[in-house]
Design a protein around this ligand. Structure first.
Ligand code: HEM
Length: 161
């Protein structure tokens, strides 16, 4: 039995898949909370959802989520290159997801920098970063739905395994 097929790795994957979806959902929810749309469309009036209209709550949850997401990326890279690469290859759908996640993260980092008091970007650059963070996130969501419907996963088994 190779390392990639050990029950421990698969047990971890069972835990991490729902965790990954929950994390992305939280990032989307708290991101949209920044726009802000939940107060305007009375969603925040639903009992238990009042926090969605609280800028600082959604702002800090988005930041904490970003930190957890980066930790998750490190975990995924280590597990793939350390344990799974010999048996599995990344699908083209995985490359699309990775590229979009990288673009979301890079634009997200620039949005964080923009929020720092000593960092000043031009209005044009600020707008490009703001819109591209939102646009890449929307593309990621759209491709995520398409890949889910067409059952395009992240990994393909290599021949011979
Ligand atoms: C899949 C992950 C992510 C999703 C779905 C997401 C989604 C969003 C959305 C929808 C917005 C509002 C867009 C707008 O106002 O035009 C937003 C804002 C923002 N995002 Fe993200 N984002 C993600 C990851 C990240 C990461 C990794 C970072 C930081 C490294 C980040 C930092 C920010 C910042 C700073 C804002 C501006 C609001 C604020 O200051 O709190 N995001 N995000």
């Amino acid at each position: 039995m190779t390392l990639a097929t050990t029950p421990r790795v698969f047990a971890e994957q069972r835990f991490f898949k729902p965790f990954y979806f929950l994390l992305l959902f939280t990032m989307g929810l708290t991101g949209f909370g920044q726009m802000p749309i939940f107060k305007r469309y009375y969603i925040a009036d639903i009992p238990g959802l009042g926090w969605l209209a609280d800028f600082y709550a959604t702002h800090y949850i988005h930041y904490i989520g970003a930190v957890v997401l980066f930790g998750f990326f490190v975990y995924a890279v280590v597990v793939y290159f350390g344990l799974m690469r010999r048996q599995f290859r990344l699908t083209w759908a995985a490359y699309v997801r990775i590229a979009l996640l990288a673009l979301i993260s890079i634009t997200g980092i620039f949005r964080v920098l923009k929020n720092l008091p000593d960092v000043v970007f031009s209005p044009m650059f600020t707008m490009v970063i703001d819109i591209s963070h939102l646009a890449f996130m929307m593309f990621f969501m759209a491709f995520g739905i398409i890949f889910m419907i067409s059952k395009k996963g992240w990994l393909d088994k290599k021949l011979g395994f």
